[in-house]
Each structure stands twice: as structure tokens, then as C-alpha cells.
Design a protein around this ligand. Structure first.
Ligand code: SF4
Length: 398
């Protein structure tokens, strides 16, 4: 890494004082965050961000051998989260809920492969109780003791607390006792109450989402955080969202990674209203959101690019815009593919290595806690027996 940013080469003069602050490791203000969103000097923004990322991570880029599992798409908020294409009402076409045995069967994909993480999220099912999820976590840990369990968004935790008539703390404690490693960062969307009133009026509020993560951090459960961008939010809404994540991280230090998520408009009410299909964001916006996240969230160790949403190729470029982490092998991705994502559902392990090396970076396979587990790739590990582009496994109706 060169020791300084060549400020004179930044085309947008508003970036000059920000570059000085980045070099001095000084915290950016909300106004500076909004200025970053409004710049058209994308390469200048990338220069700042790459500097900040290299200072932290050098040329290392993390990835994980993971498998996504979605036990149910039945969700009581199906008709009010207008950006969601995944959820179904219990009797609706396409609704499914898996038995524990079906989940365990799907997880057998991981056997004999390097898989180290199950990423488990789903809908807010009106009848699946806490015991289903603790049995699921326990069963997976018994069958795959080397695999970490990253499970249930803050929204799902709060839903379970509600139907169990208990606290979110008790739900988290029960899940931790069953073998939970960490929480994913979904459900945050954008914290602004005005935005939520438009896109997710009955979902957990921003304050409630932050409260669940605070409690998780207090219990020693690390979590991820996200922001869904590219719908009705403004640059100011985005920065206010990032500010709240940064403030919680100042207090707890419990966030592992920040993942900006690009809204996809297919098969959802919001997309119909916007008259958009396929993709709602551009590569330019995707890179900007990654870069601003890296610069503004100066206290969150990692920033991840989610290749199922922005494509593996843009994710590769994102490695020069502040990302030090790439979403993993995934195996079955339903949530964004229901919303029109055109990417494959699975990225083979060695393709991730190739992608990272192709960007001139050093791949590091990690576990859920960002501990390095493999840095040499001469002896390739086995892949899950997944047919590329293959159909989703059969599931029972809800
Ligand atoms: S976004 Fe989550 S909570 Fe909202 S409808 Fe979809 S699955 Fe349910």
C-alpha cells in the first residue's frame, strides 16, 4: 500500500478534505457521508476506499464455504413487506415448510466438503415454535460438528419471542445453548420510519432491530449488519442508517461485517409500482454503496459483497472499492432469485478463489468468526454434489 492518497488526482474537490480525514483515520460526519453519495467521481471514491481497506486488510480477501438453508417461506408479514418476493401465505402456491428431517437431508450436501457455515433464515411462520429452531440447530451441530450455525435475523428472533411470550434475550439464550454461533444481518432494510412505513410497515422498527443485535452482542453472539438500498430511500436515509449501526458498534463491538444489499424488483409489489424488473440498481450505485459503507463504518472490521445480488463480476471489482469479504459458496440461494437475481445459485469454491486472485488479491477461506482456515489452494477441496443451475430440492407444502 502506498503511504498516502494523491489528493490532487481526485476529480471532485469535495473529496479532498475527506481524503485528508481518511488518511488521518478521522471519523466522517453525516454531511461528508452524503457528499460521498453525491459525488460522480467514482474512481476517486474508490481510491479513498481502497486506501482505507488496504490499511486494514492488506491484500487479503475473505470468503467462506457456506450453505444457505431456508426452512420456510411462510411469513405472517407477506402482504406488508412490499419489497419481498420470497414470502408466501400458508395456503398460497409455492408455500413450503420443511420438516427437521428435510432440513437435515438438505444439509447433507455439506458432508465431505469444506462447508463451515450454515446460513439459516426464513419467513415468520405463525406455528413454528422456538423448539423447532433449537432442535434444528442441535441436530445440525450433531451431524456436522465442524460447521458454524449463523441463524435467524433479528426479525425472526423478535417474532419467536412474541409467539413464545418471552423476551428476545431468552430466545437468543436458548439458541446459543443449542449451538448458535452468530446472527445474520438481514431485516435491517433502512431504519428510517418513513421508509419503513412505505416498504415494510409492520416489520420490526429500526430501534427494535438494533435492540435485538445489542442483546445478542451482550450475550457474546456476534452479528452481521446490512442495509437494503435502491428502493425509495434517500442518501440522507442511508447515512442515518449507517450512523445508527456505527453508534451500536461503538457501544458493543459485536458486528463482524457490513453487507450492503441491492434491492431486486421482480415478483414484488414495490417493483410493480416502480415499473422495474430484473434489477433496480446500477453497477455504479452498487460500488458506491459498498465504498461509502467502508468509509463511514470505520469501526466495523469487514465489508462483504453479496455476489448473488450484484453478480460475481461486480463483486470482483468491489474488491477495489472497499470489500475484503465475498459471499461464499451459498449452494442454494432462494431469497434474491425469487426477486429476479440472474446469478447462479452456487459459486464453486475454486471459482471464488479464482475471482479473488483475478483481482490481484490474496484469498483466505474463513470461518463464521473470520478466523483463517485455509490460505493455500494447491490441493483443491471437494465441492458439494451440486448441479450447476439445477433445480431447488423438492419441499413439502406448508
Ligand atoms: S422480508 Fe422477511 S419478514 Fe418481510 S415478508 Fe419477506 S420474509 Fe417476511
Amino acid at each position: 500500500m502506498s503511504g498516502a492518497i494523491d489528493v490532487a488526482r481526485l476529480r471532485d474537490p469535495r473529496l479532498h478534505p475527506i481524503a485528508d480525514k481518511v488518511m488521518a483515520s478521522e471519523r466522517l460526519t453525516p454531511d461528508e457521508g452524503v457528499a460521498l453519495y453525491s459525488t460522480t467521481d467514482l474512481l476517486g471514491l474508490g481510491t479513498l476506499t481502497d486506501f482505507a481497506n488496504r490499511r486494514r486488510n492488506g491484500d487479503r480477501v475473505f470468503f467462506s464455504a457456506n450453505q444457505h438453508i431456508n426452512p420456510t417461506n411462510v411469513c405472517v408479514l407477506r402482504n406488508t413487506c412490499v419489497f419481498c418476493s420470497f414470502a408466501r401465505m400458508p395456503k398460497e402456491d409455492g408455500a413450503y415448510t420443511r420438516s427437521l428431517d428435510e432440513v437435515f437431508h438438505e444439509a447433507e450436501q455439506a458432508r465431505g466438503t469444506p462447508t463451515r457455515e450454515f446460513h439459516i433464515v426464513g419467513g415468520l411462520h405463525p406455528k413454528l415454535r422456538l423448539g423447532y429452531y433449537t432442535d434444528l440447530i442441535r441436530g445440525l451441530k450433531e451431524r456436522h460438528p465442524q460447521v458454524h450455525i449463523k441463524a435467524l435475523t433479528a426479525v425472526e428472533i423478535a417474532h419467536l419471542a412474541r409467539i413464545e411470550k418471552t423476551s428476545e434475550r431468552e430466545v437468543l439464550l436458548a439458541m446459543k445453548d443449542a449451538g448458535l454461533t452468530s446472527l445474520p444481518g438481514g431485516g435491517a432494510e433502512v431504519f428510517s420510519s418513513a421508509v419503513r412505513a412505505t416498504i415494510a410497515e409492520r416489520k420490526l422498527t429500526g430501534e427494535e432491530w438494533l435492540r435485538v443485535h445489542r442483546v445478542a452482542h451482550e450475550l457474546g453472539i456476534p452479528t452481521n449488519c446490512t442495509m437494503l438500498y435502491g428502493h425509495v430511500e434517500t442518501a440522507e436515509d442511508r447515512i442515518a442508517h449507517l450512523e445508527q449501526l456505527r453508534a451500536l458498534q461503538d457501544d458493543t463491538g459485536g458486528f463482524l461485517t457490513y453487507i450492503p444489499l441491492a434491492y431486486h424488483p421482480d415478483h414484488n409489489e414495490l417493483g410493480e409500482e416502480m415499473g422495474r424488473v430484473g434489477t433496480a440498481t446500477t453497477g455504479y450505485e452498487d460500488l458506491k454503496n459498498i465504498a461509502v459503507g467502508r468509509l463511514f463504518l470505520d469501526n466495523i472490521p469487514h465489508v462483504k459483497t453479496h455476489w448473488p445480488m450484484v453478480t460475481p463480476f461486480l463483486s470482483q471489482i468491489a474488491l477495489d472499492f472497499g470489500c475484503d469479504d465475498v459471499e461464499g459458496t451459498v449452494v442454494y440461494e432462494r431469497i434474491y432469485h425469487e426477486a429476479g437475481a440472474l446469478t447462479d445459485m452456487h459459486l464453486p469454491y475454486l471459482e471464488l478463489v479464482r475471482l479473488i486472485r483475478g483481482a490481484g488479491k490474496r484469498p483466505v477461506e474463513r470461518d463464521s468468526l473470520y478466523r483463517a482456515v485455509r490460505e493455500q489452494f494447491d490441493d483443491p477441496p471437494p465441492e458439494p454434489s451440486f448441479r450447476r443451475g439445477g433445480a431447488l430440492p423438492v419441499v413439502h407444502a406448508a
